[in-house]
Design a protein around this ligand. Structure first.
Ligand SMILES: NC(=O)c1ccc[n+]([C@@H]2O[C@H](COP(=O)([O-])OP(=O)(O)OC[C@H]3O[C@@H](n4cnc5c(N)ncnc54)[C@H](O)[C@@H]3O)[C@@H](O)[C@H]2O)c1
Length: 328
């Protein structure tokens, strides 16, 4: 098999960058990870190496395979180190201005044939490409968290993307063991548009005092069958990503009320309570495990009353009786 891209750079060594680096190295590419925080590169490599070691211990990977993967996942000290890469995948902070500026810098360093892609969840691929000299070589490549387990990737063409670039990215997705899906460059693409209500409606239910977040998670996970409840998902994605995604999609759809952001995520983001990666989001995490409040117990009744009366109606009846007794 000829790899579509044999030299790959990943910019941003956070939750997404490390996952993409892992599957690209597993596919056989030589991978360089770059991050403005040097310690993030080391942390990401350690985390991926640990995963491979665990799989080896379980007998699911051979020692040779693990040694090969590890030798193909390197750190880079600067953008200049990436000059020979054929593909650069950006997975940095979800901000249009910062992404644009990174790609402008990258174009100065890379060869003209290099393909540049963004893992943005919500920003316009065409808008990012507008800053570039070679927009035909640029596309969206949207993976999901956690990357090695979520085996879908959206391949998004901007207005000026060369279709051959999308074709090459599609092939590479398959070589990494993922299922590529062609998506339009519309806000949220397919998945983050279709799933919009999951988080925003849950936030609304909490803000209206109908139920607390742990109860909503329980219902959607245990009764409806979602893998994660909306607040567990917020904690996994982290609010420094999701809150910006909610705002970006809302504004790009001209303030569509159904997509309106919520003060709950704005406030938690401002307070740094963003999710599992910092040890606290909607849940607190101890050794990586969410501390879920105990489910409220339901009182056991010996016999069911013949007619159920709501507490409000019962109170009204009590008051009426009282007035009657007083002779009013
Ligand atoms: N978290 C998710 O569930 C998820 C899912 C799909 C897509 N995404 C998208 O992927 C991107 C990254 O998300 P994440 O969750 O991995 O974020 P993260 O916060 O875990 O990691 C981002 C990393 O980028 C680094 N960084 C920031 N600015 C940089 C720059 N200018 N140059 C180099 N490195 C820089 C940070 O130091 C950090 O290590 C975002 O665009 C996000 O929308 C996230």
């Amino acid at each position: 098999m000829t790899l579509s891209f044999s030299k790959v750079a990943i910019i941003g060594a956070g939750a997404m960058g490390r996952g993409i680096a892992q599957i690209a190295a597993q596919a056989g590419s030589q991978v360089w990870l770059f991050d403005t925080q040097a310690e993030a590169i080391q942390k990401a490599r350690d985390a991926v190496f640990q995963q491979w070691d665990k799989l080896q211990e379980k007998g699911r990977l051979s020692a040779e395979a693990v040694a090969g993967y590890k030798s193909r996942l390197l750190g880079a000290a600067s953008l200049q180190d990436l000059a020979e890469c054929e593909l650069v995948v950006e997975a940095i902070v979800e901000r249009l201005d910062i992404k644009k500026s990174l790609f402008t810098d990258l174009e100065k360093v890379l060869t003209p044939s290099a393909v540049l892609v963004t893992n943005t969840s919500s920003l316009s691929v065409t808008a990012i490409a507008a800053a570039l000299q070679r927009p035909a070589q640029f596309a969206g490549y949207h993976f999901f968290n956690p990357v090695p387990l979520m085996k879908v990737v959206e391949v998004i063409a901007g207005l000026k993307t060369d279709p051959a670039v999308c074709q090459r990215l599609t092939e590479f997705a398959r070589q990494m063991g993922h299922t590529p899906v062609q998506a339009q460059d519309t806000p949220g693409f397919i998945v983050n548009h279709a799933g919009r209500g999951y988080g925003t409606e849950a936030l609304r239910i909490v803000s209206e005092g109908i139920a607390d977040f742990a109860t909503i998670d329980r219902i959607l996970r245990d009764q409806v069958g979602f893998k994660l409840g909306p607040f567990e998902l917020f904690d996994l994605t982290a609010l420094d990503v999701s809150h910006h995604v909610i705002e970006a999609i809302y504004h790009q759809y001209y303030e569509e009320p159904r997509y309106r952001p919520n003060v709950i995520t704005a406030q938690r983001l401002a307070g740094g309570v963003v999710g599992k990666k910092v040890g606290e989001g909607f849940y607190k995490y101890v050794d990586g495990a969410a501390q879920v409040p105990a489910e409220p117990s339901v009182p056991v009744v010996d016999s069911i009353p013949p007619v159920w009366v709501s507490p409000r109606a019962a109170r009204r009846m009590e008051l009426l009786q009282l007035l009657k007794d007083l002779g009013a």
